[in-house]
Write a protein that binds this ligand. Structure first.
Ligand SMILES: NC(=O)c1ccc[n+]([C@@H]2O[C@H](COP(=O)([O-])OP(=O)(O)OC[C@H]3O[C@@H](n4cnc5c(N)ncnc54)[C@H](OP(=O)(O)O)[C@@H]3O)[C@@H](O)[C@H]2O)c1
Length: 250
């Protein structure tokens, strides 16, 4: 099958291209660095010619409110219009577990809009909702740092290795469209402040982690289960410490 991966040069996309290629598919990375810009439409029609499946794992270079909104709404509309022209039969997109629970958050709001455009498009689709990637854990701590202390809400947290996200997205891409969503998460659910404290220790980072019920996650307060999946989620096998030891940077 020809499978076009929008964002195929990114963290999830590059591994996805590897996995699909290993399985014998013609996996094509579409990104500005390969001459495809989904915001302007440049190169999109050419890239999609002959494709059966399009997987969108792109990300907005800016998370500023208007920029991220414009990225996910404009790109998604452009991709779906090009898919209709090319006769693509399956659109797969990667979103975030709990996106619908944080509609006031600038980034999540844009992801919700992305999903609504896909659901309304008429193109058969699958939405994969992943929890936070292990690769993103230090970024969460950095964003939550105030005067040298990391303020994290004591809520449930179940991050997953990026490689396992790519693996699951690859499975969905070659399957029948779900016309719905699949949730994926890491093997272990923990309290977020405890997880981040242990992760920073393992990374040799001496910052103190403070459990703070009002700590904001990229601008938004969290409830107990905002970031974790419901029943029926597909769970990964790799724990954070094992990932840190074996897989980081691969
Ligand atoms: N971080 C998390 O914990 C998390 C959790 C759940 C879901 N997600 C979702 O996972 C997805 C992928 O994230 P990631 O971390 O793998 O992203 P990433 O590493 O930042 O990669 C972003 C990709 O998007 C491409 N891109 C940027 N602007 C583009 C444009 N105008 N047209 C086409 N492609 C463009 C980039 O291409 P270049 O290389 O050419 O710049 C790159 O391939 C995102 O949609 C995110 O919402 C993330």
């Amino acid at each position: 099958m020809k499978i076009v991966v929008i964002g195929g040069t990114g963290l999830i996309g590059s591994r996805l291209i590897e996995k699909l290629t290993e399985q014998g598919h013609e996996a094509v990375a579409a990104a500005p660095s390969t001459g495809v810009n989904t915001l302007t439409g440049e190169g999109l029609a050419e890239a999609l010619t002959g494709a059966q499946v399009v997987v969108d794992v792109s990300n907005s270079p800016s998370w500023e409110r208007d920029a991220v909104w414009n990225f996910f709404t404009t790109s998604t509309a452009n991709i779906l219009a090009a898919e209709k022209e090319a006769g693509v039969g399956h659109h797969v997109a990667l979103s975030i577990v709990g996106s619908e629970r944080l509609p006031k958050n600038d980034y999540f709001r844009a992801k919700i809009a992305q999903e609504e455009i896909i659901e309304r498009s008429g193109v058969p689709y699958s939405l994969v909702h992943a929890t936070q990637f292990f690769e993103f854990v230090k970024g969460i701590a950095d964003e939550a740092t105030r005067d040298g202390e990391v303020h994290i809400a004591p809520v449930r947290f179940q991050p997953i290795a990026g490689a396992e996200v790519s693996e699951n997205v690859a499975k969905v891409a070659v399957g029948e469209p779900l016309n719905g969503r699949l949730e994926i998460a890491g093997p272990e659910q923990r309290q977020m402040d405890e997880f981040i404290r242990e992760a920073l220790q393992a990374l040799g980072d001496s910052r103190t982690v403070v459990a703070d019920v009002h700590a904001r996650y990229f601008g938004s307060e969290l409830e107990e289960r905002t970031l974790v999946p419901g029943d029926g989620a597909v769970l990964g096998r790799i724990g954070y410490l094992e990932w840190l030891k074996n897989d980081q940077g691969k």
